[in-house]
Design a protein around this ligand. Structure first.
Ligand code: ME8
Length: 512
């Protein structure tokens, strides 16, 4: 089988506060896609990291009376701890303070100068400190930052500019006529808001603070934090540094950058323009999702309405948290985080639907057959719908994941969970068990259920990587039964399969 390379990235997060459920959404989503591609046999490189420079970090460290480096070291650790808690299988963690990254940023900046895309001028305009963003006055909303709504300050300084305006036509074409942006519905918003009003050249250096990467030829200027940050996707592959030899050639262009809509503009306009100026291939896909809202507002450190992942994981288990945040999010929309919805969905989908469905099947195999099914079979028409639904599931899940619609992949899987539970009601194994003539029929019903749980759990593995192997032990599935190739092959479990009763997979959680 030919191995495809697959390079997927999260944003590199600002270590200006501990990670919350919003950061977890993007990271868990990328983790699922990365695990899914590994399961398919692809050669995956999954990158995440932290974006550690800029005025905001410098100010935070000052408030605490420590150096910016000490400050980012601490918060970056807290990101790594949360990713480890959530079972995030990243392959590489880039920090913009890493020496190899600094080298790449300086080389990229110099290359843009050498190629004539950067020139020196004077910047006058408005600056939003929390967002680290300069805004042309015409883009302000009611005089405030169009992203976060907060006040902006006057700013004027000698600075370097990137000739972003030259790329307007190519960017418009990229957004409207290619599959770069997903969902496509966001393209018009970008073209109308940013390209049509006239793209201005981008100020790409700062000289009002020092916590950043100096311009190599003019070190009193610091490279703009977004040029610094976006370059992580190149530096982490060893481009223009000698840290990871061969990876750039192997993994660039990225297969998917995942971000939320707050930073879409940087990834849909500035990033491709920089790559065009560097004459590098463009990423294949930019996946932009909405926000997790809390009380009607974006969940964010600065609004102060964040939900921390640790207490939720303590209450529900890590896999349930991974499941829940992905199950609720429709790519185009924002989604509300609600503890009540989480509780109700956990109990309905995981505790009752999947967990109870599996444990009931296992208990019946134990009760009626001492734990091992006999080989005799007797089919009935009622089996056909379940077998068809389970056999077709892999291709539906594949389609949904390839379209970055993870909630739809989960909805497809849980419709088969429902079908399996309905099949139990329809076939009433407890009635069959009363009739000695029906042994083969009873074994067939239970085998069909075990097979359905095998397919369902195999496809759920990227979403719930801890619980699914425990489920396999219970239904008697071997590692070879749950490989990707077997997940659309009905009849994989050995006919005389033995089950093993185990701990409750998803204990019910009561409303406190
Ligand atoms: O923007 N809902 O870092 P950041 C959904 N350093 N996703 C959310 C979210 C929410 N309420 N809150 C945060 C930066 N996110 C830059 C990125 S990349 C070259 C540089 C997620 O810490 C989402 O992925 O502000 C969003 O795009 C990202 O965190 C912003 O993280």
């Amino acid at each position: 089988m030919q191995q495809n390379n697959f390079f997927i990235t999260t944003p590199i997060y600002y270590p200006s506060g501990n990670p919350h459920i919003g950061h977890c959404y993007t990271t868990v989503a990328c983790d699922v896609v990365a695990r899914y591609h590994r399961m398919k046999g692809d050669n995956v490189l999954f990158l995440t990291g932290t974006d550690e420079h800029g005025l905001k970090i410098e100010q935070k460290a000052k408030q605490e009376g420590i150096t910016p480096q000490a400050y980012v070291d601490r918060i970056t650790d807290s990101f790594k701890q949360v990713w480890s808690l959530l079972n995030i299988s990243y392959d590489r963690f880039v920090r913009t303070t890493d020496a190899y990254h600094v080298k790449t940023v300086q080389a990229v900046f110099q290359k843009l100068c050498d190629r004539g895309f950067i020139y020196k001028g004077t910047y006058t305009g408005k600056y939003c400190t929390p967002c680290e963003t300069f805004w042309p006055v015409k883009q302000l909303v009611n005089g405030c930052c169009p992203d976060c709504g907060r006040e902006v300050i006057d700013a004027s300084e000698e600075a370097y500019f990137f000739k972003l305006s030259q790329f307007a036509d190519r960017l418009e074409d990229l957004l409207l006529n290619t599959d770069y942006l997903q969902p496509k519905s966001r393209a018009l918003e970008l073209v109308n808001n940013f390209i049509k009003p006239g793209l201005e050249d981008l100020c790409v250096t700062r000289s009002s603070f020092t916590w950043g990467i100096p311009v190599p030829s003019d070190p009193k200027h610091i490279v703009y934090v977004w040029i610094d940050a976006l370059s992580n996707y190149l530096s982490a592959l060893g481009h223009e540094n000698d840290q990871f030899s061969g990876d750039f050639k192997q993994f660039w262009p990225a297969n998917a950058h995942w971000v939320a809509k707050d930073i879409m503009r940087f990834h849909a306009i500035i990033w491709p323009a920089l790559l065009m100026a560097l004459d590098l291939p463009l990423p294949k896909r930019l996946v932009v999702h909405g926000w997790i809202l809390m009380d009607g507002q974006k969940m964010s450190k600065s609004v102060g309405n964040v939900v921390a992942p640790k207490p939720l994981c303590d209450q529900y288990g890590v896999d349930a948290v991974r499941y829940h945040i992905l199950r609720e999010m429709i790519l185009e929309n924002d989604s509300l985080f609600s503890p009540d919805v989480m509780l109700a969905r956990y109990n309905a989908d995981l505790a009752n639907g999947l967990g109870n469905g599996v444990s009931r099947t296992v208990a019946m195999v134990e009760k009626y057959f001492g734990g091992t099914l006999p080989a005799e079979r007797c089919s009935a028409p009622v089996d056909d719908a379940l077998i068809a639904a389970a056999s077709a599931l892999r291709s539906k899940v594949e389609q949904a994941i390839d379209a970055s619609r993870l909630n739809e992949a989960l909805a497809e899987i849980f419709s088969v969970v429902d079908a399996a539970n309905k099949y139990v009601d329809e076939t009433a194994p407890w009635k069959l068990a009363k009739d000695l003539q029906q042994k083969a029929r009873l074994a067939t019903v239970l085998y069909n259920l075990l097979e359905t749980w095998r397919i369902v759990s195999g496809l759920l593995l990227p979403f719930m990587p801890t619980t699914m192997p425990r489920l396999w032990e219970q239904i008697g599935a071997q590692a070879s039964d749950t490989t990707y190739e077997r997940l659309d092959q009905w009849g994989t479990l050995t006919p005389t399969v033995s089950v093993q009763k185990g701990a409750v997979l998803f204990p019910r959680v009561e409303n406190e």
